[in-house]
Design a protein around this ligand. Structure first.
Ligand SMILES: C[C@@](CO)(OP(=O)(O)O)[C@H](O)COP(=O)(O)OP(=O)(O)OC[C@H]1O[C@@H](n2ccc(N)nc2=O)[C@H](O)[C@@H]1O
Ligand SMILES: Nc1ncnc2c1ncn2[C@@H]1O[C@H](COP(=O)(O)OP(=O)(O)O)[C@@H](O)[C@H]1O
Length: 306
């Protein structure tokens, strides 16, 4: 089965799509809201690498999971694929149901939103099967009800994400970014990392303002240079609490920073996956090879972020 980014492929009685990994190129925490969630400002992009989800019609919701990471997640009602599907079924009376097959490849609880991507893909496949538009308010509501990162994964396009994840900026035409993703094999729970910031509901959180990445990304001739400068001026505020839980994150960042032609290395989301950005695909491929040889138990992928 071949699926490309964001596109649904169709067979005799099935629909399938890639659920791409999400990368937070920046993640600024603005404070903690009264509802307990943290207010964020984040430039989100998507990788070529991801999970794959297939749907075939049936009389009830069902899920099978296979793939190298299938052992790391529940295969029942606790799986975000079924949670998202149930959330949509609750909002759309008479929704036509069916069976999902998830091929799980992305590391779990790793800051690249694999579960959120799977949930969003499930919503897209159910929507396609039921003739529901991609921007239907019920799809967005089901995404929000499933998780903070699910709405941005519905379109899987580069954009600013604000609020707790519900406020999405316009799609940005970024130049393709050659990247290496490195997960050092430690699962890190998102809630624990946020808690490590030590903010109480209603607390603000200072720091430099977020750079205007939309303007930087939209410059035409000098897009790459202005984007590089703007990204260098950003940060991930969750790096510090995540490193306190998993010090190996530092090691992964150091390996990327030591690679030739790596111009930025940072953690994604709540970790522990880190990414390095490279001048070209050759530099990324060389770094991937070096890091994978040195740390054979780590998940190391060269990919293009868009
Ligand atoms: C940090 C981010 C950045 O993109 O990514 P990941 O590290 O998960 O990939 C997201 O905000 C994660 O989104 P998601 O993983 O969907 O979070 P949820 O399941 O909704 O929330 C898990 C827990 O994280 C905390 N949480 C989440 C989002 C947010 N803006 N503020 C929070 O405080 C809450 O304690 C919540 O109970
Ligand atoms: N399909 C799924 N893929 C990954 N994790 C899932 C899935 N369904 C449920 N989960 C649970 O959701 C949590 C977050 O998973 P994940 O999306 O991989 O985290 P992150 O956004 O940090 O990369 C994990 O605790 C995991 O057990």
């Amino acid at each position: 089965m071949m699926t490309s980014r964001g596109e649904i492929s169709r067979g005799g009685d099935w629909l399938a799509m890639r659920a791409p990994a999400k990368v937070n190129l920046t993640l600024h925490v603005l404070g903690r809201r009264d509802d307990g969630y943290h207010a964020l400002e984040s430039l989100v992009v998507f990788a070529g690498t991801g999970d794959d989800l297939t749907f075939s019609p049936g009389d009830r919701l069902d899920l099978a999971v296979s793939g190298p990471r299938a052992g790391g997640i529940g295969h029942g009602a606790d799986n975000l694929v079924l949670k998202a599907a149930e959330a949509l079924a609750a909002l759309v009376p008479g929704l036509a149901l069916g069976r999902f097959h998830l091929i799980k490849r992305l590391p779990v609880a790793s800051g690249i939103g694999g579960g959120s991507a799977d949930a969003a893909a499930a919503l897209r496949l159910l929507a396609a099967h039921n003739g529901i538009a991609r921007d239907d308010a019920r799809l967005v509501a089901a995404a929000r009800a499933t998780g903070a990162d699910v709405p941005v994964c519905l379109a899987s396009k580069a954009r600013m994400m604000r609020g707790a994840g519900e406020d999405l900026g316009p799609v940005l035409a970024l130049p393709p970014l050659f990247a290496v993703l490195v997960n050092p094999g430690v699962a890190v729970e998102t809630a624990t990392v946020f808690r490590g910031l030590g903010l109480k509901p209603g607390d603000g959180w200072g720091g430099e303002p977020h750079p205007d990445l939309a303007a930087a990304a939209c410059g035409v001739a000098q897009a790459r240079a202005s984007l590089q400068a703007a990204l260098a001026g950003g940060r991930n505020d969750l790096e510090r609490p995540a490193q306190a839980i998993a010090p190996v994150i530092d090691e992964a960042l150091a390996l990327l920073r030591g690679a030739e032609s790596c111009w930025l290395a940072r953690m994604s989301g709540s970790g522990a996956t880190v990414f390095g950005l490279f001048d070209d695909g050759r530099g990324a491929a060389a770094a991937r090879q070096t890091i994978a040889a040195r740390c054979p138990d780590w998940w190391v992928k060269a990919t293009v972020l868009r």
